[in-house]
Design a protein around this ligand. Structure first.
Ligand code: HEM
Length: 499
């Protein structure tokens, strides 16, 4: 009787609150939350655990709009969230509130909106794609060895975001002419140690969110034990490495060297107001934001696509049509420029639709400063957490209609002219919404659309039909065992109508 009841929603146990139901469903927490929220009268649950302050979890767009926009100042990330990530991120944009956040947001928004950054991003995406990712897939075709697509895309994204954030190349994917394993550099280098330490620091920091006894990590930290010791070591490695890059960049810039990456732009415009530690915090926040998000999005996308030849065919048709419209002088250009990517409405819709069902950031926590009442009437106490669940919101029939669970890129296209129609960001909350909406959204789409167009033009990625990925909701939604794919070349003479 205490499980989900259609009328009354999920009932808490005396003393134990919702903890027993939560623990019983831990292995499928996102789908469980979706079922629970779908049965709540307003897609919102007051969540109770013994000995902890309650909180609200919602998949209701009106509530989401309230906490992310109208009530923005009352719903910061808050000290609880900030303390978990502070050792790693300091007061970088991702982990800051109030004035510290506002100043960084203002400076970063300006830089993210320049055309020159967009061009620099497109160049970095192009060289990583054509110089490394596509050659790696060609080698996988020849060797017949399966590739872990999730790992490969994470390496791709890390190389890419490091270049964009501070013009550094950690070489997580080997160059096109380097042979050896399918992914990963042959020898351990300072760069690969940095990348490994970054991965550990991100995973171990995320692990702090998962303790059954919430503050237990603080005791381990005080005694420098186990995961907290490893976290301390990996953070020291990441910080030391980033500090060295920042110091040498300062020298280069004082000698008049002009660079286009985010760190150099920040240094050029904010040189007086940002200390070296503040610059490092900003860079690390960017690396974290760009590392696992696009790779998570594309991993789920390619998995969905592997059972949808109809969608794959429409993507290939659209990409071929864009190529066919090219002027003769451009025929040798292997990639797609920004204008061509903008013409690919179906590609854009197919990726967007995939993130509706598998948002890279599946849940996001805020903390109420003062008591408030949400638009659906839910009362929130001071200090409570308020989480919006993007995974559940993307699957609510009350938001998306009866076919909410179906993967249907067409729902994003104008029926008259086939152009992409954006949704309200409070219904489609994959990129967050309101004043803190993701700064890298456009950059992410340049990267994702380019990869999808170029990979599907040349290859077919096959996934074993029985493969059911297990989800790990870390900071991002990942597959516990990666995504093994077999890479097949598309024949040169293959018609677009075959898959
Ligand atoms: C598919 C790809 C991506 C998705 C789905 C995504 C999603 C999000 C979400 C949900 C947030 C809010 C997180 C929070 O407040 O806790 C966010 C913030 C942010 N994202 Fe993205 N992101 C993506 C790619 C990127 C990339 C490539 C960058 C490049 C640096 C980036 C930069 C940022 C930054 C700087 C913030 C913090 C904004 C602020 O707090 O003012 N994102 N993103």
């Amino acid at each position: 009787a205490r499980s989900v009841n259609k009328k009354a929603g999920l009932q808490p146990y005396p003393l134990l609150g919702h903890l027993p139901q939560f623990l019983a469903n831990r292995h499928r927490v996102m789908d469980w939350m979706t079922e629970v929220l779908a049965r709540q009268p307003t897609c919102t649950l007051v969540f109770r655990r013994p000995g902890a302050i309650p909180g609200v979890i919602t998949a209701n767009p009106a509530n989401i709009e309230h906490v992310l926009r109208a009530g923005f100042d009352n719903f910061p990330k808050g000290p609880r969230f900030a303390s978990l990530l502070h050792d790693f991120l300091g007061r970088g944009i991702f982990n800051a509130d109030g004035e510290a956040w506002r100043a960084q947001r203002k400076a970063a928004s300006y830089e993210f909106n320049t055309r020159s950054l967009r061009v620099f991003v497109a160049q970095s995406v192009h060289s990583e794609l054509h110089g490394r990712l596509l050659p790696l897939l060609r080698r996988a075709v020849s060797s017949g060895q399966p590739v872990d697509l999730q790992d490969t895309l994470e390496r791709y994204a890390f190389d890419n975001i490091c270049r964009v954030a501070f013009d550094h190349d950690p070489r997580q994917l080997p160059d096109g002419d380097e042979h050896g394993s399918n992914a990963g550099p042959a020898a351990e280098t300072a760069s690969s140690r940095f990348a490994d330490a970054f991965r550990d620091a991100a995973n171990l920091s995320a692990g702090r969110f998962r303790y059954a006894v919430p503050g237990f990590w603080k005791i381990k930290k005080a005694f420098n034990l186990g995961s907290e010791r490893r976290l301390r070591e990996s953070i020291a490695m990441v910080h030391g490495y980033a500090d060295r890059i920042i110091r040498s960049r300062r020298k280069e810039m004082s000698m008049g060297c002009e660079k286009h990456d985010l760190l150099s732009r920040f240094m050029a415009s904010q040189i007086d107001s940002f200390t070296e530690t503040a610059l490092r915090d900003v860079v690390i926040s960017f690396l974290l934001a760009g590392r696992e998000t696009t790779s998570s999005a594309l991993t789920w996308f390619f998995w969905l696509l592997s059972s949808r030849p109809d969608v794959e065919r429409r993507i290939r048709d659209e990409v071929a049509a864009v190529r066919a419209r090219r002027a003769r002088s451009d025929l040798d250009n292997a990639g797609f420029d920004l204008d061509e990517l903008r013409e690919m409405h179906y590609v854009h819709a197919a990726i967007t639709e995939s993130m509706r069902l598998y948002p890279p950031v599946p849940v996001n926590f805020l903390q109420a400063k003062a008591a408030d009442v949400l638009p659906d009437g839910t009362a929130v106490g001071a200090g409570w957490f308020v989480a919006y669940n993007s995974y559940a919101t993307g699957r609510m029939e009350s938001v998306w209609g009866e076919d909410a669970r179906a993967y249907r890129p067409e729902r994003w296209l104008d029926t008259a002219d086939g152009t992409f129609r954006p949704e309200s960001p409070f219904r489609y909350v994959a990129f967050h919404a309101g004043p803190r909406i993701c700064l890298g959204k456009e950059m992410a789409y340049i990267q994702m659309n380019s990869i999808v167009a170029c990979v599907l033009e040349e290859f077919k990625l096959e996934v074993d039909g029985g493969y059911r990925p297990r989800q790990v909701p870390s900071l991002t939604l990942r597959m516990a065992d990666g995504l093994p794919v077999r890479v097949k070349a598309r024949g040169i003479f293959e018609s677009n109508n075959q898959n």
